[in-house]
Design a protein around this ligand. Structure first.
Ligand code: PLA
Length: 462
C-alpha cells in the first residue's frame, strides 16, 4: 500500500531519507525540488524561492509480498478474541482451561518458580544444547530413568524451542545428513508438521491413518503405506494422543508397526507433545517410544512441555536421538548444536529450570502427576458429558460412541468444512476447519450448548 510521505527536514537543505526507505529526496534551494525513487524522477520541476516541502508517494519494496492466510490453528484464537457473543467457545487450540474456562498455571510450576527465585539464579547464556539438568531429566522421563540406553550414553538430547522447535531442529539434521530421504506423515496430522518439513526442505508423503467409515484407525492402510515407502525413510509417529484424531494404535498394533519399520530399515521419528495427557500416566504414554527403543532401534523423539506442564509460552521441549553407539550419539549431538547456533544460538532458561525442578524433585514430581491426572480427568469427564448430551439430543440414531473411544485433548467430530463453519458462524464455537475440537477448552456447563451446535451442524448443513 502506498502511503503519503512528508519530509519536514527543511532545516537541512540537503537532507535525504535513508536508503532503506527507498526514497531519496534532493533539495535545491531556490530552484527546484526533485524526488528520486529508484533512480527515476518522480516530481515535476517547479521553481520557488524558499525551501519547500515535498510530498512523495512511498512505494514499498515489499509490494510483491502477499498477505499470508491466518494460521489454521492459532488464527482461530485470534478470530475468537474478536467475537463478542456471550456464548462463544474456543475449542481451536489445544490449551487446557479450568472448568471456568480460564488458563491454568500448575501449582508445581508456581512452586518451582518460587524455588528458583529463592536461589537467585542468574540469567547467563545456556550452552547451545541447553540446561544439562533439563536434558538429563527429560530423557529419563521419556525412556525411563533405568533404561540402559541412558547409562550407555546412546541418547543425544538437545533442549529445543518446545515441540515445534525440536521437530524443526531434527528436520534440519535430516535435510543436512539424509539428503533426499523422505519423511512419512500420517493423514491427517497436526497441520504444522507439513510446514516444518517444507521449510526444512525435507520431502514428505502421507500414510493412511484415519478411516472415516469406522471413525477409527486404518491400520491396514497404514502398514501398507509404510511398507511401500523407499527403504530408510523417516516415519513420523505421534507417540500418544494422535492429533487431530485422538486415535492411537493398540499395543499389539504398535508391535506390528515396529516390525514393518524394522523390516524396511526406516527410522522412526516420534512426536510426543501430550505425554501424560492420553492416559493420565507419564509412563504409559511413553510406552510406544519405549517399545521401539527396547528393540534396539535408532530413533528420534521430539518432546514438548507445553501441555503436560502447561508451559505453552515458555517454549520448552527437547529433541532426543537414540543412536546405536555413544560415539554416534556424541557426533549427532555436536551437529545438532551446530545447526542450532546460527538459528537461535541457545535456548531460553526459565522453562528448562521449571522442568528440571519438577521432574528432578520427587515431591514435586508426585504432585505434578496428581495435577496431570486432574487435568486429564477433567477432559475425560467433559468427553463423557458431551457424548451423553449428544445421545440425548440427537434422535436420528447416529452412533456418537467414537467420541468416547478417542483420547487426549481432542475429538475429531467428523464435521466437514461447511459444518465446522456453521459451528463458528451460527453458534460461535471456534474450532479448526478439519472438524477437530479441543475438549480441553470445554466446560461441563457448556456441553449441552456444544451438543446443540453439533447436532444442528451435522444434520442441517451438508
Ligand atoms: N506436535 C503436536 C502433535 C502438536 O499437537 C503440537 C501443538 C506440537 C507438536 C507443538 O507444540 P509446542 O511447540 O507448543 O510444544 N499443537 C497445538 C498448538 C496444541 C499448535 O498448533 O501450535 C494444537 O492446537 O494443535
Amino acid at each position: 500500500m502506498a502511503s503519503a510521505m512528508l519530509s519536514l527536514a527543511s532545516a537541512s537543505p540537503s537532507a535525504s531519507l535513508s536508503l532503506q526507505e527507498n526514497l531519496k529526496i534532493s533539495w535545491k534551494r531556490g530552484t527546484s525540488s526533485r524526488i528520486n525513487f529508484l533512480g527515476s524522477d518522480f516530481s515535476k520541476t517547479k521553481s520557488f524561492t524558499r525551501t519547500s516541502m515535498t510530498v512523495a508517494v512511498k512505494v514499498s519494496r515489499f509490494n510483491d509480498i502477499t498477505m499470508a492466510p491466518p494460521d489454521p490453528i492459532l488464527g482461530v484464537s485470534e478470530a475468537f478474541k474478536a467475537d463478542t457473543h456471550e456464548m462463544k467457545l474456543n475449542l481451536g487450540v489445544g490449551a487446557y482451561r479450568t472448568e471456568d474456562l480460564q488458563p491454568y498455571v500448575l501449582n508445581v510450576v508456581k512452586k518451582a518458580e518460587n524455588l528458583m527465585l529463592e536461589r537467585e539464579e542468574n540469567k547467563e547464556y545456556l550452552p547451545i544444547e541447553g540446561l544439562a539438568a533439563f536434558n538429563k531429566v527429560t530423557a529419563e522421563l521419556m525412556f525411563g530413568a533405568d533404561n540402559a540406553l541412558i547409562q550407555q550414553q546412546r541418547v543425544a538430547t538437545v533442549q529445543g524451542l518446545s515441540g515445534t522447535g525440536s521437530l524443526r531442529l531434527a528436520a534440519a539434521l535430516m535435510e543436512r545428513y539424509f539428503s533426499g530421504a523422505k519423511v512419512l506423515i500420517s493423514s491427517p496430522t497436526w497441520g504444522n508438521h507439513k510446514n516444518i518439513f517444507n521449510d526444512a526442505r525435507v520431502p514428505w508423503s502421507e500414510y493412511r491413518y484415519y478411516d472415516p467409515k469406522t471413525v477409527g484407525l486404518d491400520f491396514d492402510g497404514m502398514i501398507s503405506d509404510i511398507k511401500a515407502a523407499p527403504d530408510g525413510s523417516f516415519v513420523l509417529l505421534h507417540g500418544c494422543a494422535h492429533n487431530p484424531t485422538g486415535i492411537d494404535p493398540t499395543p499389539e498394533q504398535w508391535e506390528k508397526i515396529a516390525d514393518v519399520i524394522q523390516e524396511k530399515n526406516h527410522i522412526p521419528f516420534f512426536d510426543v507433545a501430550y505425554q501424560g495427557f492420553a492416559s493420565g500416566s507419564l509412563d504409559e504414554d511413553a510406552s510406544s517410544v519405549r517399545l521401539f527403543a527396547a528393540r534396539g532401534m535408532e530413533l528420534l523423539v521430539a518432546q514438548s512441555y507445553s501441555k503436560n506442564l502447561g508451559l505453552y509460552a515458555e517454549r520448552i521441549g527437547a529433541i532426543n536421538i537414540v543412536c546405536a553407539s555413544s560415539d554416534a550419539a556424541a557426533r549427532v549431538k555436536s551437529q545438532l548444536k551446530r545447526l542450532a547456533r546460527p538459528m537461535y544460538s541457545n535456548p531460553p532458561i526459565h522453562g528448562a529450570r521449571i522442568v528440571s525442578n519438577v521432574v528432578g524433585n520427587p515431591e514435586l514430581f508426585n504432585e505434578w502427576k496428581e495435577e496431570m491426572e486432574m487435568m486429564a480427568g477433567r477432559i475425560k469427564s467433559v468427553r463423557q458429558k458431551l457424548y451423553d448430551s449428544l445421545c440425548a439430543k440427537d434422535k436420528s440414531g447416529k452412533d456418537w460412541s467414537f467420541i468416547l473411544k478417542q483420547i487426549g485433548m481432542f475429538s475429531f467430530t467428523g464435521l466437514n468444512i461447511t459444518q465446522s463453519e456453521n459451528m463458528t458462524n451460527k453458534w460461535h464455537v471456534y474450532m479448526t476447519k478439519d472438524g477437530r475440537i479441543s475438549l480441553a477448552g470445554l466446560s461441563s456447563a457448556k456441553c449441552e450448548y456444544l451438543a446443540d451446535a453439533i447436532v444442528d451442524s451435522y444434520h442441517n448443513v451438508k
